[in-house]
Design a protein around this ligand. Structure first.
Ligand SMILES: Cc1ncc(COP(=O)(O)O)c(C=O)c1O
Length: 402
């Protein structure tokens, strides 16, 4: 499949492709369980509705696209506490609220390509593979060539930066590199050395590192290191780096549409200009409520505990089947289904025989530079249901054989 544009019909979301795959196939269980969507279902903070009401008069105003001082201040405070960066980030120039991280990740491709206009060759946008669909959407919409950097078990589920460094021709036309840590779907976490190396490459070859950290608060052991934390220790501070985060996973508020981009100030100025033309503003009451949510950590701790309990279930039921290992972060299982066949066959089998709906791994990735799709033998499972439902779903198919 050659990807040339957003509109050529070859880009279907993983969910649309799954619908086509299962088309009309009845589930093999009277109570089907859908494990496809990464939509959090844990409790959202109880005070959100009251905060929205408190600021309801703001619905009568066009909201500031740069975000309110209150919201940017609350995000800066959160970054300060979470990453040991108190007072180290300028909320006026180095933080840009977005309506969820998705639109920020998408729009960031435009200024990234704009910065590379002096290069004669077609700009490339590199992305971890598997990847979140907005990265590909952004690359194609901005006219860049998407380049997929396979992240497999052999590379620690993160792109191989040695291999990338060995390709200076590609790096010379690279406009951006999208990385995700903790990674969706594998749950791998980039350590400080990995991020520092990716950032050094970005600076040497003058591209922008777009680091998607929206699962940063869902982890089992130590909190994942953040890009800003690594960059703050360098003389260039946040130059060539923008991180993205949101309240969707941290606070179980995917419907609030509240996130942010933070880092390289001049880059964010351009991103602001792009969003000011075509991007959505975050409604004023949403900004007010979001500020309160970033300031509260207790619900985040409880949320982490809830996911840990679900992973306990996965540990107990799966053991080491399907090459399962408890991931460092995020809330997915990335299971190697080669015992029964390729990922589409596996997804169809789990649906037809057990009424369990999962996403074929290949739908979350593309063929990488070596021609292989790193998801070809995997399926992704989102651990968003309660523990009992997850146990039942996993127990239904754990002993599946070809
Ligand atoms: C890796 C990744 N990045 C970004 C997003 C976007 O999340 P939101 O726009 O809700 O912040 C998601 C949502 O599922 C995701 O999985």
């Amino acid at each position: 499949m050659t990807l040339t544009s957003l509109a050529d019909g070859t880009i279907l979301s993983p969910f649309s492709r799954l619908r086509q795959l299962l088309d009309g196939t009845p589930p093999g269980h009277e109570r089907p369980i859908d494990l496809t969507l990464g939509e959090p279902r844990e409790t959202m903070p109880s005070f959100v509705a009251a905060k929205i009401t408190e600021a309801e008069a703001l619905f009568a105003k066009y909201p500031p696209i740069r975000g309110s001082d209150e919201l940017r201040g609350a995000i800066a405070d959160w970054i300060g506490r979470r990453y040991g960066l108190v007072g180290a980030i300028d909320p006026a120039r180095e933080i840009l609220p977005c309506n969820g991280s998705r639109e920020g990740l998408f729009y960031a491709a435009f200024p990234a390509v704009g910065r590379k206009q002096h290069v004669a060759a077609r700009p490339a946008i590199l992305m971890c593979n598997p990847f979140y669909q907005a990265y590909l959407g952004g690359a194609l919409a901005a006219g860049a060539e998407p380049v997929f950097l396979n992240a497999t078990a052999a590379t620690g589920h993160l792109p191989d930066l040695d291999a990338l460094e060995a390709d200076p021709a590609l790096l010379a036309r690279t406009a951006a590199l999208y990385l995700c840590s903790p990674a969706n779907p594998q749950g791998a976490v980039a350590d400080a050395a990995y991020i520092a190396r990716a950032l050094a490459l970005a600076r040497t070859h003058d591209f922008i590192l777009l680091l998607d950290e929206c699962y940063s608060e869902i982890y089992g052991g130590a909190p994942p290191v953040g890009g800003l934390e690594v960059a703050a220790k360098t003389p260039e501070r946040f130059r060539n780096l923008v991180v993205f985060n949101s309240l969707s996973k941290r606070s179980n508020l995917p419907g609030l549409r509240s996130g942010f981009a933070a880092g390289d100030g001049p880059f964010l100025d351009t991103l602001f200009e792009v969003r000011n033309l075509v991007g959505p503003q975050m409604p004023g009451p949403t900004q007010h409520a979001s500020a309160a949510v970033w300031a509260e950590e207790q619900h985040v701790t409880l949320n982490r505990r809830a996911y840990a309990a679900k992973y306990d279930v996965a540990d107990a039921v799966l053991g080491t089947r399907f090459d399962y290992r408890r991931p460092t972060g995020g809330f997915f299982l990335w299971l190697d289904m080669s015992v029964i066949g390729d990922c589409e066959h596996a997804a169809l089998t789990l649906w037809k025989r057990f009424g369990v709906k999962v996403i074929p791994g290949a739908y979350l990735a593309q063929a990488g530079r070596d021609g292989t799709n790193p998801g070809a033998e995997y399926v992704r499972i989102a651990l968003v249901h309660d523990s009992a439902t997850i146990r039942e779903a996993l127990e239904r198919f754990v002993h599946v054989s070809a």
